[in-house]
Each structure stands twice: as C-alpha cells, then as structure tokens.
Design a protein around this ligand. Structure first.
Ligand code: AMP
Ligand code: ZN
Length: 464
C-alpha cells in the first residue's frame, strides 16, 4: 500500500510500526455547531481509509477526539473559545451545546455510513493527561510560563516547520502582522499549552492546575488523547488540510518533546470541499449541512458517492448540479445491482482477481474513483454470474459503504452458498447410499435453522 505523506511530501510505501496493526488518530469535530458538508468530506475520507486498511487485513486501532474545549475562533491562540461563543449564541450552557452537537454529528455520520471510531473521547475528560504532559515539557525545558500561561517554545522543536513546509521568516512576519499577537510569548509563533489568563474572561470550562485555574490549549488535547489510547508510536494521523498548520505542527512539537523521539510516521490530509464562492463556512452564506441536503430531497449517500468520485487530495467544488448528477448516477447503479439475479451460483474463478484489483486501487493512495470503477467493471464482466457479481459488490461495499445492495434485499451470500454446498453434499451421499451421512447433514442444517425438504423438483430449503 502506498500513501501520500504530508510530512515527506511524497507517496510512500506504508509500513506500520508494529506488523499487522495500524494505530490511527483522526481529529474530531469542534462541537459548537453542526458539521458542514466540507467537514463531512474529511470524515468520509477517513472512514474509507480505516475500512480499506481493514480490507487489507490490518487490525486498525482508531481514536478520535471531540473538541469541547480550547478551540479558539482563530487556530492560533487568538480569539474567543468556539464553545463559549456557541453557548452564548444559543443561550445554553457549554455542556448542553457540546452534547447537542456531538449527537448531531453522529447522526450525520451515521446517515453517511461512516462508522463511529472504536474510541471517541471528549477533550474535557482528559485534563489530568494534559497536565502531566505540560508538567514534563516544563521540566524538560520545552515550555515556559509567562503572564500566567504556559507556552511551548518552538525554538526547541528542531523540525517545527517540516510538516507545513513554511518558511520561519514568513511565519514571523505573518504573526507580527496580527493585531492580537500575544505579548507574553517569547516568540510570536509559540503556542499555548495551558491558559490561566486570556482576553476573554467568560471562558466557561476551567480546571485547577499547577499553574492556576484555567483551560488547556487546543492542540494538547489531540497529543494527550492519542498518547493515552495509542501509545508512543502512531502510524497515521489525519485531518483536513487546514489542520496542517498550526494544529498538527504543534501536535508534533508537543508529542515529540514529551516522548523524546519521532512520533507519527504518516500524516494524511484531506483537501477541502469548497462552495462556488471559494470557502465553506458556518457563518457566511448558505450553511451547507447534511440536513439541508436532505430537506432538498437528496439521499445522504449520494453525497458520499459524490465525494468518492474524486481523490481525497483534490480540491472539490460543491454545487447542486454536481450533486444532482452524482445522485442520478448512484441511483442508476443501485437499480442495476438490484436487477441482478440472486439465484446462488458462485463462480470463484475471478473473485481473487477483482479483490486484488480493489486492494490495488485502495493501495494506490486511496484511489476511490478507481475503486468505484471496479464496481462497474464487475457489472460488465460477462464471465461472472450475477450471484458472483453480487458477492463481489457486497464485498467492495465493506469499504465503499454506499449500501449498494438494498437493505431489505440484503442477503448473506456466503451463508446461502454454504447451504447450497451442503445440499449438494447430501445429494452426493444419497447417491452413494450413505443415508447416515445424508441424515447428519440434514440435522446439521436444522441446527443452524435451515429446514430442507426433498421434492420432485429437487431439494428445497427454508430458513426458519
Ligand atoms: P472542525 O470541526 O472545525 O474542528 O473540523 C473538523 C474537520 O473538518 C477537520 O479535520 C478539518 O480539517 C476539516 N475541514 C474543515 N473545513 C473543511 C472543508 N471545507 N472541507 C473538508 N474538510 C474540512
Ligand atoms: Zn487534532
């Protein structure tokens, strides 16, 4: 498998730290508002990545955080806390806001067939972990206290600019130009690990710490939650491209300072979905949510199909015309699959061939459009029986998750094939007058809830 690694800026062979296991961390939503469909594009990409790795046979250990504290309206340390702002907007408490939008997020992801990661942790639940990490960074000289806040000293991180490829000088100018630049920092690009003082005194969530009552910086939550659940070596870290700087650059600096060695090997970033004005936004213009698409009559899975049609590293522009087109193609594909003859008749000949092709497409830096094309290739292949086509499409759908086989018609193809083989075996036994064996098979099937009956037309079965 080959993936593009933002850290090295090249497509590389994927080799996890521990054979057969992939430790994967994905930045979760900031739950101050609904997710927009741009955010959801990133979660669709991560879902395909996780499922594809499992398809290849890896044991994927995936963790995601829920940002319910610390994310300011600016990704560096300026601005108000997004959660507090959301709470004030709606006249609710921060806790109510977090709960409401966390649930809304998972309702959206479920509609898109995005599997909930095995471990999902709210940032506010791991304050002790951040305190432990910040304490160590202070002891080891990576961090300093100024004006009541604890900051990371970026001069101590030797490869601070590697992920973003930024030029330190440009960055300094950029930061200096910001009116809000924090004068407490030694270096304008240093970032906050723990705040006890800020311009915004209405910060709702606060905790005791060795440095006074306050709250953690945004970046430390991902380093902390990842360290706690995935340990010292991470294989893949994902997010949207906006996370490269400063969020992920800061995560690398902190985690490597804390562990004392390189931390995450592969950094994978999803390009943005933009609207025609150029930027997806929660505050300006039409706020594109999944519910809005549903209200307009679209199937959420048409949106998933739309996303899978383009590569995750390509910019994608959303328009209703493009979604309309995707929906028409998707529905046509589904009805074509639905019209296949479901009579069990599995021909194994080309199954491996197609499964290898599917793995190859995934392993080619997650080429989702080639993975989709394979569904069409299977449908077109005259050498495959309809049942084999269904078998393969159901198999690919473990990764594509487009509900390609209608739920009410979903069948356990392997199970049906097993019954058929048993009936054949029984027929064979009977033809050799091995009635004892034939009877054992009948009983075996009955134990599994399948009753068989010999008729003039042959043996039929009924699932009890
Ligand atoms: P947030 O809820 O703002 O923390 O963002 C959640 C995820 O969505 C992060 O991985 C972001 O990088 C990603 N993201 C933000 N905007 C977009 C966009 N327009 N298109 C795709 N992903 C995005
Ligand atoms: Zn993060």
């Amino acid at each position: 498998m080959k993936v593009y690694n933002t850290l090295t800026r090249q497509v590389e062979e994927f080799i996890p730290h521990e054979e057969g296991i992939v430790r994967m961390y994905t930045c979760g939503p900031t739950v101050y508002h609904y997710a927009h469909i741009g955010n959801l594009r990133t979660y669709i990409f991560e879902d395909v990545l996780e499922k594809g790795l499992q398809y290849l046979g890896y044991d994927v250990k995936r963790v995601m955080n829920i940002t319910d504290v610390g994310h300011l309206t600016d990704d560096s340390d300026d601005g108000e806390d997004k959660m507090t702002k959301g709470a004030m907007r709606e006249g609710k408490t921060v806790f109510e806001i977090a709960q409401f939008y966390t649930e809304a997020f998972f309702k959206d992801t479920e509609k898109l067939n995005i599997r909930k990661p095995a471990i999902v942790e709210a940032a506010s639940k791991h304050i002790d972990t951040y305190i432990k990490m910040v304490t160590k960074m202070l002891e080891d000289g990576y961090a300093y206290i100024s004006n009541g806040n604890v900051y990371f000293d970026i001069r101590k991180a030797d490869r601070y600019y590697q992920l973003s490829g930024k030029n330190p000088d440009d960055l300094m100018v950029g930061v200096r130009d910001t009116v809000d630049a924090d004068s407490a920092k030694k270096n304008p690009a240093d970032f906050g690990l723990w705040f006890t003082t800020s311009k915004f005194e209405n910060q709702a969530m606060k905790w005791n710490s060795p440095w006074g009552v306050g709250y953690p910086g945004w970046h430390i939550e991902c380093s902390g939650i990842s360290a706690k659940y995935l340990g010292e070596y991470l294989d893949i870290h994902c997010g949207g491209v906006d996370n490269i700087f400063p969020h992920h650059s800061n995560e690398i600096a902190q985690s490597e300072a804390y562990f004392g060695h390189p931390w995450c090997k592969y950094w994978m970033h999803g390009e943005h979905l933009n609207d025609q004005s150029g930027k997806m936004s929660k505050s300006n213009g039409e706020f594109l949510t999944l519910s809005l698409l549903e209200e307009k009559g679209y199937d959420p899975l048409s949106y998933r199909y739309f996303c899978l049609g383009s590569h995750y590293r390509k910019n994608l522009v959303f328009s209703y015309e493009a979604l309309e087109q995707a929906e028409a193609t998707y529905k046509k594909l589904k009805s074509r699959i639905q019209s296949l003859d479901r009579t069990p008749n599995l021909k194994e000949g080309k199954i491996d061939f197609y499964q290898d092709k599917f793995k190859e497409a995934f392993g080619n830096d997650i080429n989702t459009s080639s993975m989709l094309t394979l569904v069409y290739d299977v449908l077109k292949d005259d050498e495959l029986t309809d049942f084999t086509k269904l078998y393969l499409i159901e198999n690919f759908d473990q990764v594509l998750s487009l509900s390609l086989i209608e739920e009410e018609k979903e069948i356990d193809l392997e199970f049906e094939q097993y019954i058929l083989e048993k009936i054949e075996e029984r027929k064979e036994a009977k033809s050799h007058k091995d009635f004892e064996r034939a009877d054992t098979i009948r009983k075996e099937l009955l134990e599994k809830g399948i009753r068989i009956q010999d008729t003039r037309e042959g043996t039929i079965y009924e699932i009890l």
